[in-house]
Design a protein around this ligand. Sequence first.
Ligand SMILES: [Fe+2]
Length: 391
Amino acid sequence: MTDAAGQKDLTPEQRADDGRAPRARREDPFPVKGMDAVVFAVGNARQAAHYYSTAFGMRCVAYKGPETGSRDEAAYVLESGGARFVLKGAVRAGTDLGRHVAEHGDGAIDLAIEVPDAETAYRHAIAQGARSVEAPHVLEDEYGKVVVAAIAAYGETRHSLVQRADYSGPYLPGYVAVDPVVAPPAKRYFQAIDHCVGNVELGKMDEWVEFYQRVMGFTNMKEFVGDDIATEYSALMSKVVADGTRKVKFPLNEPAIAKKKSQIDEYLEFYGGPGMQHIALATGDILHAVDAMRASGVEFLNTPDSYYEDPELRERIGEVRAPIEELQKRGILVDRDEDGYLLQIFTKPVQDRPTVFFELIERHGSLGFGKGNFKALFEAIEREQERRGNL
Ligand SMILES: [Fe+2]
C-alpha cells in the first residue's frame, strides 16, 4: 500500500495527527507560504529596535516614520534569517496604536501570514465566518506591489494576509531601506519563527482551535496538554493548530485550575485580555544563541540542577548533541518523542508587564513543543521537596 492510499483510510484529524503529511496544494482551502512577520505595538519603537538589534542579534532593514510621510507612527523592521519583527510606536497622542500600548503594554498586534493569493485567502476566511479587519487592497511603489488583507484573531490580535510575490522592496510600500541600528553579529542567533502561542480565556481554547480549523483549514498537531498534565503540573491547557505544511504553527493556551495560580491567568490579567504569549525562534545553535543573548542582557528562566542530575530525567534526556553539563550550565531543556528530540529555553518577560516572552528552540527530529518539560520540571522539583521532607 502506498502512503497516499494508506492516508485515505484516515480521517482528516488522524492525518493531521501524524504531524508530517503535507496536503497537496490543490486540496488546501487556505494555502500559506509561512509567517510573514510579527508586528508589535510598543511604547518606544526606536529603543525596542535597539534592544532586538543588540540583544537578539537582529538586523534593522527598513523604517517608516514622520521623515517618510508616516505622521502617526514610527516603525522599524528587523530580521534574523527568515524571522521578521516589525516594531511600531506612536509619534503623537490620540492614535489607536498608542491606545493599544496604554491598554496592553508592549505586545503583538499582528501575526502576519504570507499567502500566495491574499484576495482568495481573505474571501475564504470571511466565508468561513472570520471577522474582517481590512478588505484586500493593493500597496504599490517602485519595487512592485503587495496585496494585503486582514482578519481578526483572539483579543485585539489580527492576522494580516500578505501577498508579496511581486514585490522586491525591503518590507512593504511606505517603508525605506535603512542601515542596521547596530552591526549585526557575525553568526545569527536564530533563523525563523517556529511558532507563535496565543493565550485565551478559560474555556475558549477549543473555540479558537475550531476557528483555525474552519477559517484557515489548519489541523491539530498531536501535542496537547490536557487535564492530566494541566491540573497537576502546568496550570495550562494547550492545543496546537498548524497549516498543512507545518510552516505556521499556533499553539493555543487557556488557564487550568492547578496547584498555583495559572501563568495564563497572570498573562490575561496584565495584558488585559487574550493575546500572543510567546514566539519560539528556531535556532541551529542554541548554546551559542543563549550565550550571546545572555551576554547582551537577555534573562532566561532558571532550571533546577535536579532537572539534569535526577537519574530518571537523565534517562529521559538520553543522548543529545551536546554534553548535559553544557545544557545544565545554561538551563537548556530537552524534550523527546518518537520522532527525535528538541532543545529549548524560555526568556523572562521582555517588557515591564509579565506578558510576552520568547523561546529558543533547536529541533532534532521532534515536532513537539516541549510538553514533557512541564511534567519533568515539576516532578524534579517535587522530588527535591520530598528529599527535604517538605512534600
Ligand atoms: Fe513554545
